[in-house]
Design a protein around this ligand. Structure first.
Ligand SMILES: [Zn+2]
Length: 375
């Protein structure tokens, strides 16, 4: 969902991106600040509309800087613990740090989780400190720091709800993991609590709608629904990672990749190879070098009457355009490729030779069998 986004720079070596949905929340918060919050403060009654919008935008930007600080805190703790962080993305519901691997111990998970809300609380306290020091002046700083302090405390409090995948859920998971030494069970419990909070929000929201609190009620329902989905989804993903852990690409790759030269026509490929051997994937090799892959799927996409004239080279997928794997790669990394890229197969290369293919359906069968057997 958040793989896209506009890169806005690198902070401490971590790429920061803005998802398109971020612009909606940015504009909404700026609008609320400029038309509702600042005009309601007694000291700011003489502000022009333009001033309200300028100060509103500045406050909104500072708020997203503090959201970014929250995510950077998570990411920096993760990096210090040797985990890879691919990017931080700001989107409609705040920010997300994209870790390509999970924490390896409960203590790393605990530190990683509390770093974000801890940072938000510290920023909130600093803002309220400035607010108290300047509160008798008519400076815009008073209104800005009061609101920023409030929002950062809310941010910390919401994230500390003990339901996975929220930060509080990670804290809960790390504590259960630390006591039980069982990561799968800890994730299950923390996700169930997360889903429970999701339902609580949904039912609370519905109750509010019944007493005519439509806006608040509806937002609660949406937040609850997102939380419930995220909790269920992250448990499924975790269970999947669990099944794949420790398994190598070589265990699921098929080695039935026959070699064909690039100059043969599709007609020759079909008559002399596909119909004879029944294989659906061919490695295109010239002078001992793998150039690409051609599948029965690629052939079918070409009009029948062109088969005698088109060569394999014209329809193959060049090897350097494909995401590749090596036989001793972790299966979870290939799963990521197949799901993220939406491709059907990943060629497995060793010393620039195609030694096998991982098909999406064979990987799914591998996962399916193991989850049915509970191993
Ligand atoms: Zn967080």
């Amino acid at each position: 969902m958040f793989s896209g986004g506009i890169p806005i720079g690198r902070f401490f070596g971590i790429e920061v991106k803005l998802h398109w949905s971020w612009f909606i929340i940015f504009l909404w918060i700026t609008w609320v600040l400029a038309t509702d919050y600042f005009p309601s403060v007694d000291d700011y009654q003489d502000w022009s509309t333009a001033t309200c919008w300028v100060i509103g935008s500045a406050t909104s930007i500072l708020f997203f800087v503090s959201v970014l600080a929250h995510e950077l805190a998570h990411s920096l703790v993760a990096k210090a613990a040797g985990l890879k962080v691919s990017a931080i993305t700001l989107f409609i519901f705040g920010g997300v740090s994209q870790l390509t691997e999970e924490p390896k111990s409960p203590s790393v998970e605990f530190r990683l989780a509390v770093a974000g809300p801890g940072t938000s609380l510290a920023i909130g306290a600093a803002c309220w400190g400035i607010f108290f020091a300047t509160r008798y002046s008519a400076s815009p700083v008073v209104g800005m720091t009061f609101w920023l302090g409030y929002m950062n405390v809310i941010l910390a409090a919401f994230n500390m709800i003990p339901g996975f995948p929220l930060d509080g859920g990670r804290v809960l998971r790390s504590l259960i993991w630390w006591r039980s030494r069982n990561l799968r069970r800890s994730t299950r419990i923390a996700s169930i609590v997360g889903r429970g909070f999701g339902y609580l929000f949904i039912f609370g929201g519905i109750a509010l709608v019944f007493i005519s609190q439509y806006a608040t009620g509806l937002s609660l329902v949406i937040v609850g629904w997102i939380l419930e989905n995220a909790a269920a989804g992250s448990y499924r993903q975790m269970a999947l990672q669990d099944i794949l852990r420790g398994h190598k690409v070589s265990e699921v790759m098929t080695q039935d990749c026959e070699v064909v030269p690039s100059t043969i026509t599709l007609e020759q490929l079909v008559n002399d190879h596909i119909l004879v051997s029944g294989r659906r994937c061919y490695s295109v090799v010239d002078f001992g070098r793998a150039l690409g892959l051609v599948t029965s799927h690629d052939v079918r996409a070409v009009e029948r009457k062109l088969w005698p004239v088109k060569t394999v080279r014209e329809i193959m997928t060049p090897i350097d355009k494909m995401r590749q794997a090596r036989p001793d790669d972790d299966l979870s990394s290939v799963m990521y490729l197949l799901m993220e890229q939406g491709v059907e197969q990943v060629p497995v290369l060793q010393d620039s030779n195609v030694v096998g293919i991982v098909w999406r359906d064979s990987l799914l069968t591998f996962v399916h069998l193991r989850s049915e057997l509970g191993i």
